[in-house]
Design a protein around this ligand. Structure first.
Ligand code: RP5
Length: 211
């Protein structure tokens, strides 16, 4: 559902989230993974999460009330901890009722508080934090005892999505199968490289990569 861009306000987004939470939608039709980021300037880094989810057969859901055919879906919002704290609170607070099973949250800068604050608000729903920049790592992972967050290294949003799907896979065997197939495709690539490097010799291997 797309709001008229002239009319959109943080309040209207909060109202939308709260209405969706109250809709009591069939869990099979709601987004399974929520991807949020502090700014649209984080999107280039956070695209890795979308790529991993796409790779694992997830589809993007852009309308809460009109799910794509794919069984597993994700949604994406910009939510700024410092500029729109009310939206962050509403997103975290409604996440479970809106049917999300896990949130991937990315933020940059030295005060990258969206992941850690969302983890506290959405608890016990798991949050995978992505420090968008190297300088954001301490801020994302520095949670006090009793306030957990799962986090990946700076920029590793692809891995954040793999971790999120690992969590979902405990309940959905088909996702476990997809994760295993993905991993096997990686090991196959390493095996091929290893054989070719050995069998072609270093010079031949380097030349074959330059062709
Ligand atoms: C953080 O500040 C965002 O996550 C982003 O990484 C950074 C800069 O935000 P913009 O000024 O580009 O909106 O909160």
């Amino acid at each position: 559902m797309t709001d008229d861009t002239d009319d959109v306000t943080v309040e209207s987004l909060i109202d939308r989230l709260r209405a969706e939470a109250e809709a009591d939608a069939d869990p099979e039709t709601t987004p399974d993974v929520g991807v949020i980021m502090g700014s649209d300037s984080d999107l280039d880094v956070m695209r890795g999460a979308h790529e991993a989810l796409d790779e694992l057969g997830f589809a993007e859901q852009t309308d809460f009330h009109d799910a794509p055919d794919a069984r597993f879906t994700y949604e994406t919002y910009v939510v700024s901890a410092h500029r729109t704290p009310d939206l962050m609170y509403a997103y975290g607070e409604t996440a479970a009722e809106r049917g999300l099973d896990v949130i991937i949250a990315g933020a940059g800068g030295k005060s990258a508080d969206l992941p850690n604050m969302t983890a506290s608000i959405a608890y016990p729903l798991p949050v995978v934090g992505v420090p968008v920049q190297e300088k954001s790592v301490d801020s994302v992972i520095g949670m006090p005892t009793g306030a957990p967050i799962v986090a990946v290294d700076a920029g590793k949003s692809f891995n954040a999505a793999l971790s999120a799907v690992q969590m979902l896979a405990r309940e959905h065997e088909v996702l476990e199968d997809r994760l295993v197939a993905y991993h096997e495709s990686l090991t196959g690539g390493v095996a091929r490289d290893s054989r070719d490097l050995h069998d072609m010799g270093v010079a031949g291997y380097v030349a074959s990569r330059e062709e």
